[in-house]
Design a protein around this ligand. Structure first.
Ligand SMILES: [Zn+2]
Length: 380
């Protein structure tokens, strides 16, 4: 099918964004809920997903209760509006709650509705707990990469993955000291930790933004509504918003666990080890299908003659690179340079990619025989 899109009138930057979107538009969202292909992180992805979805469900339930006036409690004391800051400490949160509870629903101003959103988001999506949750996912997934490098492929079963999961630490600092991790592995876990926390933080912001704008719109709709005609309920309006947020959360689970595991695996292999890319799942994009089966040699990040076509190294990824072979400069489309394009990554090719690496020769030793012994002891 030929597709003609007239982008002449828009800016070069907007054209490039459009091209990028077209080339990424596969986005495999169809298979986003299916179990992860990697047995080592399958359980992690499901646990992280479930806990996040539970949190989001609580946020939705709470905001609907506030908006329905269900939390109202008559108070003998005059209600004093707390300051309009958007982040409160524990004592301030209690004051905000008291204020909102005692304010009769009929007296809620627009700012009070917004305050209820900020309260619910802070109470049910607490920043420190979510950072801990993000580190739990990224550290254990990264360590699963080290597990993969140090045990035989035949030992990687769902039951064994569960046994190992329980023995892995949740913090980068604990993993580093407990297993005497080399700097490269520690850095890999640190990058994974910060990236995952950043994505989780962005979802919290998105929850807040979506709730605030949906509620403002809902209140405006109610005011503008023709008398006697039924309007859409707030719950209906929030349904789509939460469906999107649930998918966003799932995408973090799949992407961050996959990225941490693949990078952790590559960082735990002896330089010179050969690995094979596997991209076999429903909805794999054209780029990922193309790299399925490719054999790459692991090299150290400071290898002097890195060949991006045949070698991978820890940290090699496609962030800031483009999926589109062309870009707009002025009024013309020009080919992108090879160094601007997606290449064979050590981790995932793009968000929600489910690519992974498997050993070419199964009994090749990993980087840490002691860790391998420990794992085999755990499984025997
Ligand atoms: Zn892909």
């Amino acid at each position: 099918m030929a597709l003609f899109i007239d982008v002449y009138r828009v800016s070069a930057a907007a054209t490039n964004d459009a091209l990028e979107l077209l080339h990424k538009s596969h986005d495999h969202d169809a298979g986003i809920w299916s179990p992860h292909e990697s047995l080592l992180i399958r359980r992690l992805v499901e646990l992280f997903t479930q806990r996040g979805l539970d949190r989001l469900a609580r946020v939705k339930k709470q905001i609907l209760a506030w908006e329905a006036g269900n939390h109202h409690q008559q108070s003998a004391f005059p209600v004093v509006r707390p300051g309009m800051m958007e982040r409160w400490n524990e004592a301030e949160l209690t004051l905000v709650k008291l204020y909102l509870e005692s304010l009769p629903p009929a007296q809620w101003a627009l700012d009070d509705h917004m305050m209820a959103v900020d309260y619910v988001v802070q109470r049910y999506l607490p920043a420190d707990e979510l950072r801990t949750e993000a580190e739990w996912l990224s550290t254990r997934s990264g360590m699963m990469g080290k597990v993969q490098a140090n045990i035989a492929a035949e030992l990687i079963t769902a039951a064994n993955a569960d046994k190992i999961l329980g023995a892995l630490p949740s913090l980068v600092s604990t993993a580093t000291s407990q297993f005497h991790l080399p700097a490269l592995m520690r850095n890999t876990l640190e990058f994974a930790r910060v990236r995952c926390a950043e994505n989780v933080r962005a979802i919290t912001e998105s929850v807040r933004h979506r709730l605030r704008s949906t509620i403002v719109q809902h209140l405006e709709d109610q005011q503008a509504q023709v008398a006697g005609t039924p309007g859409q309920s707030l719950e209906t309006k929030l349904f789509d918003q939460f469906a999107t947020l649930n998918r966003d959360w799932r995408r973090i689970a799949v992407t961050e666990a996959g990225e941490a595991q693949t990078q952790g695996y590559v960082a735990s292999l002896v330089p010179g080890t050969k690995v094979k890319r596997v991209e076999q799942y429903v909805g794999a994009c054209a780029f990922c299908k193309k790299i399925d089966g490719v054999i790459a040699t692991v090299v150290s990040p400071d290898h002097p003659n890195k060949d991006p076509e045949t070698m991978i190294w820890p940290g090699k990824n496609n962030v800031g690179r483009s999926a589109s072979p062309r870009k707009r400069v002025g009024d013309v489309l020009v080919p992108r340079l090879p160094e601007e394009m997606w290449y064979l990554p050590a981790g995932l090719a793009h968000p929600h990619c489910r690519g992974r690496w498997v050993p070419v020769i199964d009994d090749e030793p990993g980087d840490d025989p002691e860790f391998g012994d420990l794992l085999r002891g755990l499984l025997s």
